[in-house]
Design a protein around this ligand. Structure first.
Ligand code: NAD
Ligand code: MG
Length: 380
């Protein structure tokens, strides 16, 4: 029985992870559940899955959650520090990082230091501090199992290979604005951006997908997860989201992973690896898939993608700066305080203004995150 701690159990990834656990009650148990604000759902989940502990990160809701679970032997904690503590519990066998943004970094590091294998959904952790995470994983001999569908596909494509990767083919749906002109992009609204063609995800990543910052982040994530330089990571727009990504080898052979767009597949594999478990999820219907198409991404209309490459080239804390600025403009766009194309402008200016650090420590990342948020906010 694998005991899993889910950081962010009330979100899109978190709820799907609980569906996977519910499908395999003989294999997986939810040991820890955590949420930020959606306390009602957290309580519902706790009553159903009976974890040993829950964390409601937002302290405002602590008393309510505590009272609502009073009749059960479930420990209730609150605050950001509690997230770092619960993942270290001796009973936890794996930590699924399904929180959003920079906030996922401290508990991920705490989990690695406690020797817990990571099922990584929180890509911002790798964007911000991929080098540090990798060195901690080496030091504590902790594996990272990718949950992001593209990275799971790449991971699946290299199983059994002993030769180096020649190139990663990182597919992108292109998002809801793939065919929009620059003029049309000027006036897109949050409601339009929140309608992703293929995936039903949390608001932040849905906006990142519309701007293609999400793909930029995935390039950075792939660099650190698979030790491949950015020149060898080719982004290919594939609107049908059937080919989830792939790898090309020295002989020109390409291996890719295909499937219905369903995050439960990579979540389940991260939980069960190296085994594959039975699932009731939809299968591909080969006779109805007439058009699988592939195109070049347009980094002039989708400048966030270019900015992510730029951050990688600068190295050091540059990706951390871009991530922080992006969290600010993403939120501002959702709240109607920033136009769609303005997001890239502000990120670019923040990248130029924030202090550059070549070899950042953990404390440097914390300081960079603060500084870049302050700069991006002042530019809004
Ligand atoms: P979501 O907004 O649906 O859920 C986020 C979860 O994290 C919620 O449970 C929320 O309570 C919790 N949370 C948010 N901020 C927190 C904080 N400061 N402290 C504690 N808890 C906090 O997000 P999501 O779409 O499930 O995405 C989660 C992560 O997975 C993101 O990093 C995203 O990039 C990544 N990811 C998501 C998908 C997807 O299909 N949704 C795919 C690939 C990667
Ligand atoms: Mg992805």
């Amino acid at each position: 029985m694998k005991q899993i701690a889910i950081l962010g159990s009330t979100g899109s990834i978190g709820t799907q992870a609980l569906q996977v656990i519910a499908e395999h009650p003989d294999r997986f148990e939810a040991r820890v559940l955590t949420a930020n604000n959606r306390w009602q759902l957290l309580v519902e989940q706790a009553r159903r899955f009976r974890p040993a502990a829950v964390v409601i990160a937002n302290e405002m809701h602590y008393d309510t959650v505590k009272a609502a679970l009073d009749d059960l032997p479930i420990a209730v904690y609150t605050g950001a520090e509690a997230l770092c503590q619960v993942v270290q519990s001796g009973e936890v066998d794996m930590v699924l990082t399904a929180m959003v943004g920079f906030a996922g970094l401290p508990p991920t590091i705490a989990a690695i230091k406690a020797g817990k294998p990571i099922a990584l959904a929180n890509k911002e952790t790798m964007v911000v501090a991929g080098e540090l995470i990798n060195s901690l994983c080496r030091q504590y001999q902790v594996p990272i199992l990718p949950v992001d569908s593209e990275h799971s596909a790449i991971f699946q494509s290299i199983i059994g290979e002993v030769s180096p990767i020649e190139k990663i083919i990182l597919t992108a749906s292109g998002g809801p604005f793939r065919t929009f002109t620059r003029e049309q992009l000027e006036s897109v609204t949050p409601a339009m951006a929140l309608k992703h063609p293929n995936w039903d995800m949390g608001a932040k990543i849905t906006i990142d997908s519309a701007s293609m910052m999400n793909k930029g982040f995935e390039v950075i994530e792939a660099k650190w997860l698979f030790a491949v330089e950015p020149e060898r990571i080719q982004v290919v727009v594939h609107p049908q989201s059937v080919v989830h990504s792939g790898v090309q080898f020295a002989d020109g052979a390409v291996k890719a992973q295909l499937g219905v767009p369903d995050m439960r597949v990579p979540i389940q594999l991260a939980f069960s690896y190296p085994e594959r478990l039975q699932s009731s999820f939809d299968r591909l219907d080969w006779y109805t898939m007439h058009d699988l198409t592939f195109e070049r991404p347009d980094t002039e209309r989708f400048r966030c993608l270019a900015l992510a490459y730029e951050a990688l080239h600068r190295g050091g804390n540059a990706p951390c700066i871009v991530n922080a600025a992006n969290e600010i403009v993403n939120r501002a766009f959702l709240e109607g305080k920033c136009r769609f194309l303005q997001m890239a402008d502000i990120i670019e200016k923040t990248l130029d203004k924030a202090s550059f650090i070549t070899s950042p420590t953990y404390e440097d990342y914390l300081a960079t995150d603060k500084e870049a948020r302050r700069i991006a906010t002042s530019l809004l």
